[in-house]
Design a protein around this ligand. Structure first.
Ligand SMILES: *Cc1c(COP(=O)(O)O)cnc(C)c1O
Length: 440
């Protein structure tokens, strides 16, 4: 088997499309009220850089705690890797407009063109780059359905690092393609709980037949990072620096709308799990609303089975079951909340990113919840009019937009952007289940 070799971080000085942003956008700089800080789980005081140093590299800690710089430069090497699939297309969904008999202009901002089929590589590549720059050779992480584990494995391969992923056992067994994808990229994938960590061994001793959980997998990945030299931990959503990296999506969309002759987006729909694709697409527009008095309306679309914003409390809560992570001020259903098994694995997180929660609390965005039957039915409409099979997560954004248009709320000429965070090609069994036996 080919092993991953260390790789130079020097840029190749390739031509990179001018539509790919040169900087990430930091919404903190434009917010009228500051976001409540993360708290140390022991002292309950705002976290300091040194509290995070056991598992994150200096550059990412600086980004996590940066509340003042509006723009943070994207390293040229990262832009060159982005250019493998970016700019991601903004597609005018004319056929969908005809199907819905609407005079609104519908655009799809489509992140499913990345090598792993979602927006997650936007942050995975950045995180691998800064960890490598700061001298780390391995990144550990947890993954549920496998989108994040696969994206981090790819990013690590491109930057000469190793990814070690703990995947929730139930998904490891029921969704074999993602762990094959991780291993294809040279990543190491364990079924969690595993015998590789003290946390995993303790759980297995108690309950050898456990299906596993994200909370358990986080404990294993964090333990592996904290106890080994040269090894760090990477998170795929929720934290400020992850949301920051995703802002390439919205900045690109702004330029693409302009090129398409549209003055601005009127209404944007994005699905919300931990909040990273929503933030990435919409924070640049929220910043513009705040700075220039524009009026883009943002609708976060979450699953009715895991409604952290529409039904949760705004409170300090842990990010994981074991309570190892900092306390985050967020809309949360509680760290022990276990959602019904829905197909949109990426939307099953109990909390919402602190920056998204704050924006919601301040009235800068709205939130709605949709049941899975409705989201898959609307996902089929997009598949059959535009050819794109949306990821199960992304079908929530589609359901939000279609519900809005069908209700007659949309004006003629209104510019509606739907965030298609990924494609559903590796999730076809979920579509199969939704279709039933007659496939209609
Ligand atoms: C992981 C994932 C999500 C949910 O994560 P966010 O951080 O809320 O964006 C949404 N869509 C896809 C395709 C995903 O893979």
């Amino acid at each position: 088997m080919a092993n991953i070799a260390p790789r130079s971080l020097e840029p190749l000085h390739q031509q990179v499309s001018a539509i790919i942003p040169t900087h990430w956008y930091n919404l903190h700089a434009d917010l009228p009220e500051p976001v409540p800080p993360h708290l140390h789980p022991g002292t309950q005081q705002p976290v300091q850089a040194q509290d995070l140093a056991a598992i994150f590299p200096p550059h990412l800690i600086e980004q996590e705690l940066n509340t003042t710089d509006r723009y943070i430069e994207i390293p040229q090497t990262v832009r060159e890797i982005y250019s493998n699939w970016r700019p991601a297309p903004l597609i005018r969904a004319g056929n969908l407009e005809r199907e819905l008999k609407t005079k609104a202009h519908i655009y799809l901002k489509y992140e499913g063109v990345s090598p792993t089929g979602s927006h997650k590589p936007n942050s995975a590549v950045a995180q691998a780059y800064f960890n490598s720059l700061d001298g780390f050779h391995t990144l550990t992480t947890e993954t549920g359905a496998g989108q994040w584990g696969a994206s981090l494995s790819m990013a690590c391969a491109l930057l000469g690092m190793t990814a070690e992923v703990w995947q929730v056992r139930a998904s490891y067994e029921s969704k074999p393609y993602r762990q094959m994808q991780m291993r294809t990229y040279g990543g190491i994938c364990h079924s969690s709980p595993s015998d590789k960590t003290a946390a995993g061994r303790a759980i297995l001793e108690q309950d050898p037949d456990t299906p596993g959980s994200l909370g358990m997998a986080i404990s294993e990945a964090v333990e592996a990072a904290a106890t080994q030299e040269g090894v760090n931990y990477a998170l795929g959503s929720v934290l400020n620096h992850v949301l920051l990296h995703q802002t390439v999506i919205g900045q690109e969309a702004m330029l693409q709308l302009e090129k398409a002759g549209e003055a601005n987006a009127d209404t944007i729909f994005a699905c919300a799990g931990g909040g990273s694709n929503l933030a990435g697409l919409t924070f640049p527009f929220i910043g513009k609303n705040l700075r220039e008095g524009t009026n883009t309306r943002i609708v976060a679309c979450e699953p009715a089975a895991c409604p952290s914003m529409t039904r949760g409390d705004y409170t300090y809560d842990h990010g994981d079951i074991a309570g190892l992570t900092p306390l985050l001020k967020m809309y949360s259903l509680g760290k022990d909340f276990v959602p019904d098994p829905i197909h949109a694995g990426g939307l099953r997180y109990h909390g919402m990113a602190p920056m998204v929660s704050h924006a919601y609390h301040q009235g800068l965005l709205e939130a709605r919840a949709y049941p899975q039957e409705q989201t898959f039915a609307d996902g089929l409409v997009v598949a059959r009019t535009e050819g794109i099979i949306p990821a199960p997560e992304s079908t929530h954004a589609v359901a939000g937009a279609l519900d809005y248009i069908r209700s007659g709320e949309a004006r003629d000429g209104e510019v509606i952007v739907i965030g298609l965070s990924g494609n559903g090609v590796l999730d076809l069994p979920a579509y199969g289940t939704a279709l039933g036996n007659d496939g209609q």
